[in-house]
Design a protein around this ligand. Structure first.
Ligand code: BGC
Length: 512
């Protein structure tokens, strides 16, 4: 096929369509697996609110408490404390390490068992955090939660992409992100009420993480393993029976054949070479680069500066404590609603259009917030009511575009683009890149804000330009292409990535 961007404009041309309907059972499985996102989201949303609660600060971070209440403290620096940031970020460091273990567990024991393990770690972590008597116990609890997140985020998106019929894979997979956003919103509401409960409010807020974990654990008892994972682990009959059940027909021969072929090919290739070594080959490079880039860029949109630190950020901007928590609830609500837009559009307009539109919208919103902060809110001042409303509206504009693009697609695209032989291993790079950069943002943001001040918004805006160019040039459209046909239908046809594959007329692989 000719070069240029032809693959992008003709998404999924030339791939097969399989029989079967969208059954109630496939939705149930999807909804349950996606609750893994609820655990992740609750965590993202809870830490910012808890670190803004005085009872929590007095107990664990008295120096930050004193600084926060000092008169005329520089707005941008009052929360800058490495240990406070470590409270938030330790979870992501643990999740980063756990995702590599989780990829092996996923291949060896299946996606469902990995999700169950995630919920158990999460239950333990929430107990430790809620009952923490000192900083060490609190951090150990965060580490357990992190392992839960690493396991859950590895298994759930893969599970969803593998059970979904190709034409609704985007929508089903985005249930994960929808749960992330619901988790964040619920956490903001919990924070809002818990902050009024003295002195134990923070314990209730942190202990609340047990609820989504319990939902996932109980729900997972009712769901199936994916047909791919069953065949991969030597249970072809169970794999076929499961496929018939989730497709609602016995006529699944073609799809089952494809899964079996993919598994046989994957097994043969794994005999030759371990998946992590295989990822170093040129032909693994396209999905690997895309998976890592999607996650790194997702974090460089600056979203977690808002998600983790919304209450702190709004206080920095001069809002009162209550107004800050309430504004975080508003942005959280927008995040959930806009994710619904993505579910409705992703399998119709495709991935690329959503990402590009969002880049434009996020760029304008970030630059405008930065502009207002520079010109109308000094280091020690508060915005007037009008400007405060304006800032909240712009942050909602920004969050909504993230929510229908980089948020869900950061998880969807890496889960659908690896061939089976490197899928779990490759996806673990996506999860760990997400965790690494989430950690860096969580750890560095408050200090960056202290140094860069309002210019921090321009820093993120500059990254948005880079990611727009990346999507235009290097991201192919994957809408509607069956997961196990990506190599032939997408990568081998892309103007740039096709260089990574040898073909009949190519004696050797070009540089890629
Ligand atoms: C990201 C999180 C982010 C969340 C916001 C997720 O896709 O991975 O880092 O906080 O979206 O909704």
């Amino acid at each position: 096929m000719a070069g240029g961007f032809a693959v992008s404009s003709k998404p999924g041309a030339g791939h097969r369509q399989f029989k079967g309907k969208i059954t109630f059972y496939v939705w149930i499985c999807g909804v349950v697996a996606a609750t893994s996102g609820l655990m992740f989201g609750y965590d993202i949303g809870i830490s910012g609110g808890v670190t803004a609660m005085d009872d929590f600060l007095v107990r664990f971070f008295p120096a930050v408490y004193a600084r926060k209440h000092r008169a005329k403290e520089n707005n941008y620096c009052k929360f800058d404390d490495q240990r406070l940031q470590l409270f938030t970020s330790s979870l992501y460091l643990a999740a980063l390490a756990a995702s590599f273990v989780a990829s092996r567990v996923c291949t060896r024991f299946g996606r469902k068992r990995t999700m169950q393990a995630a919920s158990v770690f999460f239950l333990a972590g929430s107990g430790l955090c809620a009952g923490a008597t000192g900083l060490a116990m609190l951090i150990v609890g965060r580490v357990c939660l992190g392992v839960g997140v690493g396991f859950g985020n590895q298994a759930a998106p893969l599970f969803l992409s593998e059970i979904a019929p190709a034409h609704i894979r985007g929508a089903l997979n985005i249930l994960f992100q929808l749960n992330v956003t619901v988790g964040i919103l619920v956490a903001s509401v919990v924070n809002y009420f818990a902050s009024a409960v003295h002195p134990l409010g923070w314990r209730y807020a942190l202990g609340g993480a047990a609820a989504p974990a319990a939902v996932l654990f109980l729900g997972s008892l009712a769901i199936t393993e994916t047909p791919t994972s069953l065949v991969e682990r030597g249970q072809p009959q169970a794999g076929r029976a499961t496929l018939e059940r989730i497709r609602g027909t016995r006529d699944v021969g073609d799809e089952f054949e494809e899964i079996r072929d993919a598994c046989a090919r994957a097994a043969a290739l794994r005999e030759e070479e371990k998946p992590y070594r295989r990822l170093a080959r040129p032909e693994s490079r396209p999905p690997l680069v895309i998976a890592i880039a999607m996650q790194v860029f997702q974090q460089f949109t600056g979203i977690n500066a808002i998600m983790f630190y919304a209450p702190v950020l709004f206080q920095t901007m001069g809002f009162e404590s209550d107004a800050s928590l309430l504004s975080a609830v508003v942005t959280g609500g927008v995040n959930v609603l806009a994710t619904g837009v993505s579910i409705a559009l992703v399998d119709r307009v495709g991935r690329r259009k959503l990402l590009l539109e969002a880049c434009a919208q996020m760029l304008v919103a970030q630059a405008a917030v930065g502009g207002i902060m520079v010109t109308h809110v000094g280091a020690e001042g508060s915005p007037t009511r009008g400007w405060a409303v304006c800032i909240v509206v712009l942050i909602c504009v920004y969050v909504s575009s993230f929510a229908w693009s980089w948020g869900p697609l950061g998880w969807l695209i890496p889960s659908e683009t690896f061939p089976l032989e490197t899928r779990a291993a490759g996806f673990s790079f996506a999860v760990s890149s997400n965790m690494l950069f989430t950690f860096l943002i969580a750890q560095a943001f408050l200090s960056m804000m202290c140094t860069l001040r309002a210019y921090i918004f321009f820093f993120f805006a500059a990254w948005i330009v880079v990611m727009g160019v990346f999507v235009l040039a290097l991201l192919p459209e994957t809408k509607g292409v069956p997961v196990d046909e990506m190599v032939d239908a997408v990568w081998r046809r892309h103007w740039f990535w096709k260089r990574c594959f040898a073909d009949a007329d190519q004696a050797k692989i070009n540089n890629c």
